[in-house]
Design a protein around this ligand. Sequence first.
Ligand SMILES: [Fe+2]
Length: 305
Amino acid sequence: MTMASVRALRSIEVGVTDIARSLHFFTDVWNLSPVGESAGVHYLRGTAAFHHILSLRGTPKTGLVRMVFDAADRATVDGLHAQVTAYGTKTIEKPAPLRQPHGDYGFGFKDPEGRNIAVVCGVKDHPDSADMPDRPRRLSHLNLNCDDNDATFAAYQALGFKLTDRTIKFRFLRCNSDHHCIVIGFDTAATLNHIAFEMTDLDSVFRGAGRMIDNGHPIEWGPGRHGPGANVYCYFVGPEEIPIEYTSEMEQVDDSYPIGTPEQWKWPPRRVDRWGICGPPSERVVHAGENYLFTDDGYRLDEWR
Ligand SMILES: [Fe+2]
């Protein structure tokens, strides 16, 4: 029997203590576009068709509320629910109708390390999707620090993810032709490593980096070109110490891609990427990721029904 699979990382919801400050940052500096507000939650889009890629809500503590994956249709949502349940997930909702802009059907659950996930279909997306220089297109990937990488890997396999590469530090997982849209680390705690936004090209990554520097957010890691995925990168710390990345040129792969191993992904001394321009990431961005947590109850989609 064919496994059901999610087909994209659609959006994330972030809880912030100062919503005005984060809204200003993600619109005027990070260059997303507002598409509306409902019940105090602000929705922001990139240039791709997804209705929104980031939603911001005021919360007592800063944290990631949930990540949202896109499924093709209701049958796929039901298939994914069955797979995630069979994996052994205990904290999970039944698939049920949703209200726009969240989609028309979906469910929420917690992965084995407590991260909140929603699977949705039928979102009314935008008719326009042309690239615009210097504006993020969509989310590229989420990198998650894990205490139990094997358990997390198994849970994402239940969502249809496939392994693309493995290094000594990470497993890189894909659900479409992008080399990865989820990265899971071999760490000692379940926190966020960083959130990456896809720019249209290298020039836009650098223009975005310049705009960040102009606004008091220095480059915390980069510029560089990663090994696995071959994507270019600049990392920053945004408001409330949110670890974020501008990236571009992600390698496109299919099932013929040979899964890399830690033995193959080794760098010469001093190198941390393909170019060798930058050193390792700053302590600030590493700590920002290690301290960034998921909220407790973000798997519940009550408000969306
Ligand atoms: Fe990244």
